[in-house]
Design a protein around this ligand. Sequence first.
Ligand SMILES: Cc1ncc(C[n+]2csc(CCOP(=O)(O)OP(=O)(O)O)c2C)c(N)n1
Length: 574
Amino acid sequence: MPGPYPPATLRGRLAGHALVEALIAQGVDTAFGVPGESYLAVLDGFHEHRERIRFIACRQEGGAAFMAEAQGKLTGRPGICFVTRGPGATNAAIGVHTAFQDSTPLVLFVGQVAGDQRDREAFQEIDYRQMFGPGTLGLAKWVAEVQSADRLPEYVARAFRTALQGRPGPVVLALPEDMLTTPTTAPVLPRVEPVQAWPAPGALRELRQRLLAARQPLLIVGGSGWDAEGALALQRFAENWQLPVACGFRFQDSFDNRHPLYAGDVGIGINPKLAQRVRDADLVLALGVRLGEMTTGGYTLLQAPRPAQTLVHLHAGAEELGRVYAADLMLQAAVGCAARSLEALAAPVALPWGAWTAAAHADYEANFDTNAVEPLDMAEVVKTVSRLAPEDTVFTNGAGNFSGWLHRFHRYAGMQHHGRSQLAPTSGAMGYGLPAAVAAALLQPWRTVVNFAGDGDLLMTGQEMATATGYGARRLVSIVVDNGSYGTIRMHQEREYPGRVSGSELFNPDFAALARAYGWQAERVEHTAQVEPAFANALVAGVPTLLHLKLATEISTSRSTLSSIRDAALRRRG
Ligand SMILES: Cc1ncc(C[n+]2csc(CCOP(=O)(O)OP(=O)(O)O)c2C)c(N)n1
């Protein structure tokens, strides 16, 4: 009779098993990936420890990497993704890039050719240190190839620490096949917690002085690293000082959108009144948010490199401070620590900006008003879904104009209520929303998850509908906005090359039939009035549901039609 495999040996267990043990020690209970023959010893480790950790087999590495990225966003701990060498790693790159731009902790493990084959351009061989960076404009924060089975725990611990510390981000570890099958007695290392830096007392005093000197201050919050406690402390700071609060692009759940101090989000499709308010502010406090192109209106709302406003920038990563902007005051600190310090800053009894703060919120409220659109009114769609969805619902999306309605008309709950409620790529990666929703539905099955997708967006990773069904996702609704077009690109075309449609038309499948083929429930929606019953059915379906919304290509954004954009462009040309 053959004994249990792998046999227990005096020399220890396979490194592939030690790796899975290291993940368990870091608190990981779910990993996403696509299997490959390059890391069979790790897959065997997942089998060995199947009572404590699960491996979700996805249908394409892009989907797997997005799921792991969403796991990082949702849990605040590194998302875990396993892919095979060459083709697997290249497919996964989109998730690594997203984690980099979005500052999301992620560890991507890549099976690598055996050490004795390296540098021959062996089958599917890539040098991952070359491919993924690292660099501050690259794909990963750190890339390493683990040569020694005995040092594997050291590499894993460093990968977790690097992913979490300072500005969080992605790490790539390449795992040579022969290293993974080497026995090791290396001990499992303890769970890594990132070092949290507190803001210096002198800098806090200066920040307070700047606030006391201001007349029209504005807080812009966002970035990663926030948790419930930090979000609550931030809210108390804003309340103590009666500051209007805006959220950075796709960090709309950093502050409760239902709070009377909320002023809206500073992103693509910004409320023009909020854009003007950023320009008119005399003091901008940017807390935790990276001052990237999307959050600064292409570096114009805050003029780069020296803004007209007084700028205070607080960020966990030293490299973000002064990267573009010569801020008047820079503080390097973890956002949670910073919020707790700011909460303790004594505010004067009377503040001179009451009317300014009230107007900021009134502008946000007024931005909900729109003219009715027939037959399908996307503003009403989002408002209906928002009203019916449970309070702890997670909303996800990929990239495309369809997301603008969600960002404008949904009020995201702040993180102090149920944790993150928005999973959306600041990297603008199409295809993100569905895998992110699958990850959320599998990781937090008690929450409803609603994905908004475009017709272009959905089919980039639509095969992950099979993963949702296969692993038993239940409270998952994907709302597909089918306008027969890569609508965002068509919008840009009409503005830059009016009337010359090129490469932006789409020929779509019957999305509802497609979803049913994957075991989902599905419904087609053509009129606004059909949304409420369709979504209500979806909420109680007990299986993933796709709502196929038909939208006229002409309806370009929540503010404009294609013909209005084209006509304006033609007028400009005379
Ligand atoms: C992976 C990827 N490829 C290409 C793009 C460029 N891009 C941005 S939006 C867009 C069109 C999105 O189309 P769709 O999902 O149908 O949404 P719509 O804009 O029509 O609402 C494209 C091609 C991108 N952001 N990401």
